[in-house]
Design a protein around this ligand. Sequence first.
Ligand SMILES: [Zn+2]
Length: 427
Amino acid sequence: MEISTRTVIMAGHRFHFERRGGTFPWAETNTIAAVRPRISRDRADWQLFGSVFSKLTDKFSTGDPKKQWWELFRKAGNEVCSARFDVTNSAFDHTWTGRDFYGNPPFEGQFIYRMQDKALADFSSEPQNTRFLFILPYWPQSNWYGFVKHFKVLETFPKDTMMFSASATGVLNTSSLKPAGDEGGPGRFLIEGTPWPVIAVYLDATTSTTVDDSVKLHLRLGHPGERATEHIAAKYEHGLQTNAAKQTCKHCHVCKLAKATRVPAYPSTSTYDMYSTFALVFSDIHGPLSPTSYSGQRFMIHFTCTSRYTFVYFMETRDQAADRLAQFSTSVSQLGHTVAAIVLRTDGDSVYTSGDLAGICESQGIKQEISAPYVHTNAAVAERLWRTVLDITRALLSTSGLSHDIGPLRPDMRRTCMYGARMVRWR
Ligand SMILES: [Zn+2]
């Protein structure tokens, strides 16, 4: 597990930040302390009115909602539910599955980001038995707002709604404050209206993601990952918020299903920066595809440069590989590169090492290199491409409403995916 720590001095206070496994930025008690000097009233202690909580949870509860829902973030005196985690037993040290969880987090960006990220990640491991209800400020520009589309907004409370109470700790003169009474508890007072609208969001196995522009981008490009999406968001003009677009991929359940994989024995992301364009080219054949495409193509062959520039061709039979290599070398010289400089790395399939293809290599000065036999991972780049293409195919099929054995469409669909893969610069 990766652990990194950092100490920051802000307004004369020392804050100790700790990041574990890339999952969260700092320890609980510090968060609450950290927000205190920056806002007039400590939002970490805001307690939702009992009546508002009951109304929100009513239709999701059998029996007493205060017993059924687990409150994630409590401080002594602000608890709504009887079962809970609190600052001495942090919710972030537990897995949030198999229960109904209620979270009214401190209204602080980093904290909310981390809470939603964890909720969505944990949820995906046990969606049938897990539910979430969160109370959030309506801050559409914040870095966490992209996560909200994975939840259902149950209710929006307009700005200035009176719905929270806070304890009077530290306040010397309480005579001007209104006691919370039944809505809070002893020693608590009403917060006189919220400075922004507040939303109550809910998640269970039937919740569907709201389709906004970043979701559309994600679907149309065949479910690219976070890094690819970030690249697109940075390089293309489309008016999307980079964070919101990235957060779409992070918790897309189609991606999780379609791209489930083993940890690679040999990464395909090693850099090959020492090679110039088309100096080292990986190639691999995939097939026979079942079923055959409408046009009778049963195999695919690709040629991929270390820069990940990729050419994919379709074939009826494997011995058309020589012909496809000839097409590829023509394209390379048309792009202004030297064919004779190419080193072609493959898994040593006989299609490459003998027959017409070997002849073309010899006549054009292309050198062949063979990865160790039976160690397919040596050809990680060559084979990683198929995973990218097949992931995209599966992801597109999952959302298309078409059956996975729709058959003749699939190879043609892969052709579509290749456009997507090339555009997002696959890894
Ligand atoms: Zn996806």
